[in-house]
Ligand binder design. Structure first.
Ligand code: UDP
Ligand code: MG
Length: 203
């Protein structure tokens, strides 16, 4: 089984080497074959040079470069189109999405889930304001009729079947975390501890 990890990033030069080293460690420990697709969303720092350097060192690294900043969703979509794996895992660049949870995600997939949500097991690292507004947002979205998974952002595994269902939506600027639960596939959740960013600031 091949895994494609898709990392959207905007000005993350400091996090990328540590992120790749960690992903590599997890993949090798579990004997997974993998590729990591870095989608550089118009960074103005040295992120692209860092990606080029990582790609020289490791065949598993692929890079896509946007001419300007389009936002996280378009970056994820671009990664989906290029992914070669049997499953894709979308992961933030700042190590807030703990790469160690990949193992559990793959296990859920092997047990039949087509979509596996990474759900943070606490919000201790958030301010009270961020916690309050996040939960108000989930309630509002639910009230408006959009399904969503509380405390899950974009850390998730999707099978080829789930990706192909998603690709039938033709909208270009999608609210992925609202759309994915509506696809109707068997899902599972994996809990992980969400830390603070390793470097840089929230975009
Ligand atoms: N990101 C991106 N394009 C943007 C903004 C963010 O690709 O225009 C990436 C960012 O580099 C990170 C991920 O999306 O890998 C999540 O962003 P961030 O950590 O800023 O969000 P937060 O964790 O604060 O909600
Ligand atoms: Mg973050």
């Amino acid at each position: 089984m091949d895994i494609s990890v898709i990392v959207p990033l905007y000005n993350e030069e400091e996090s990328l080497p540590e992120l790749f080293a960690w992903i590599k460690r997890v993949m090798e420990a579990n004997h997974f074959s993998y590729e990591v697709i870095f989608v550089n969303d118009g960074s103005t720092d040295h992120s692209w040079q860092v990606i080029e350097h990582l790609a020289e060192e490791a065949d598993q690294v692929k890079g896509i470069k946007f001419r300007r900043n389009y936002g996280k969703s378009p970056a994820l979509y671009c990664g989906f189109k290029e992914a070669q794996g049997d499953v894709v895992i979308t992961m933030d660049a700042d190590l807030q999405d703990d790469p160690d949870a990949v193992d559990d995600m793959v296990r859920e997939y092997l047990q039949g889930a087509e979509i596996v949500y990474g759900v943070r097991d606490n919000r201790d690292t958030d301010t009270a304001f961020k916690r309050g507004t996040a939960h108000a947002f989930y309630s509002l979205m639910k009230w408006l009729g959009t399904e969503n998974v509380p405390d899950h952002a974009d850390y998730r595994l999707m099978s080829r079947a789930a990706l192909s269902a998603l690709s039938q939506y033709k909208e270009s600027n999608l609210f992925l975390r609202g759309l994915v639960p509506s696809l109707g596939f068997k899902t599972a959740k994996v809990y992980y501890k969400r830390g603070t960013r390793v470097a840089g600031e929230s975009k």
